[in-house]
Design a protein around this ligand. Sequence first.
Ligand SMILES: *Cc1c(COP(=O)(O)O)cnc(C)c1O
Length: 404
Amino acid sequence: MKEKQLPPNLHRDTLAVRVALDPSQYGENSEALYLTSGFVQPDAETGARRFAGTEEGYTYGRTSNPTVTSFERRLAALEGTEAAIGASTGMGAILMMCMGLLKAGDHVICSRSMFGSTIALIGREFGKFGVETTFVSQTDVAEWKAALRPTTKLLFAETPTNPLTEVCDIAALAELAHSVGALLAVDNCFCSPALQRPAEFGADLIIHSGTKYLDGQGRVMAGAICGPSKIIVDVFGPMVRTAGMTLAPFNAWVVLKGLETLGIRMRAQCDNALEIAKWLETQPTVSRVYYPGLASHAQHDLAMRQQSGYGGAVVSFDVRGDDAATAQANAFKVINSAQVMSIATNLGDTKTIISHPGTTSHGRLTEAQRQAAGISQGLIRLAIGLDHTDDIKADLLRGLNNIQ
Ligand SMILES: *Cc1c(COP(=O)(O)O)cnc(C)c1O
């Protein structure tokens, strides 16, 4: 498991292409993909020590794999944490975190605006096992504070949120969590370590869906958790070995190579997103634009501080419409007029994606819940990729110019 020796104080862009395990005896420059479920032991004694965990070494693919280790080391280097552990998907990472940290009677505080599957997993599934969860405002720290209990073990936030790009104050939440001996976990999927490193603001654990920007080209599912070794290695390591939400080596390899271009992709996609967001604000058929990079965004200053001066690559906007039915018809017209953008619900791809949150990601909510969450029927989400901005503007105009 020897790591390549690198000089200290390298820049993040360099770490992104260099951090990995040593190459094999063949000296490959691009990291090897180790597709194997098992590892041959030199003798029975070594095998026994490796299984007991008293000696480093690979045994079985559910526990660890060298390609997965390279991905974990590289991601930890980018997030600035001691360690990272891979998971099969982003949700697999959240499952691993909850199974590793929580037991019946424990209490969790989450933002109401978190990813829908996260709310369902923690609020509903873990509720079955006696874990209680309070859902609070994304942006009002006083609500988080009021929700604290002696049994609170975990505060879990995501910033910015999907699709309204609301930003929470990581440092304030970390202070709150630590004041009662709880941990703060931050889902860093929307920014990636290229823009935002929650550990710098005091977050204990950082969750990733590698499926999004880390791969960046929409190819594989992957997840990870970053944090201190005493939690990642000592608590989550045994959990993944027992429960099996293991990251597949092929997927780890794809995401490992994706990390090499993460910085350059994110910066380019953010530049494109800012240009599109500013342009949307000038469109007569657009009533509101949600993007942290805009001065009109409610948490613009906080976002710029937390996100290295970038707004991210997700832009949402409301199209005009006097009532919900008209607004939805107008939004559908814009989406259906797209000839370049992909109609899909994922994000973090080089291909720009257009979606209608009200009938997809938030379609299972009641109308009252949707209104409380601020998701109108005229809302459109763009996950901006690397398409030329002129082509995206022209694609949007096909619909925006035809709204009633
Ligand atoms: C997609 C997503 C997840 C889940 O990741 P999967 O890899 O799809 O399981 C978690 N959090 C956020 C913010 C996401 O966008």
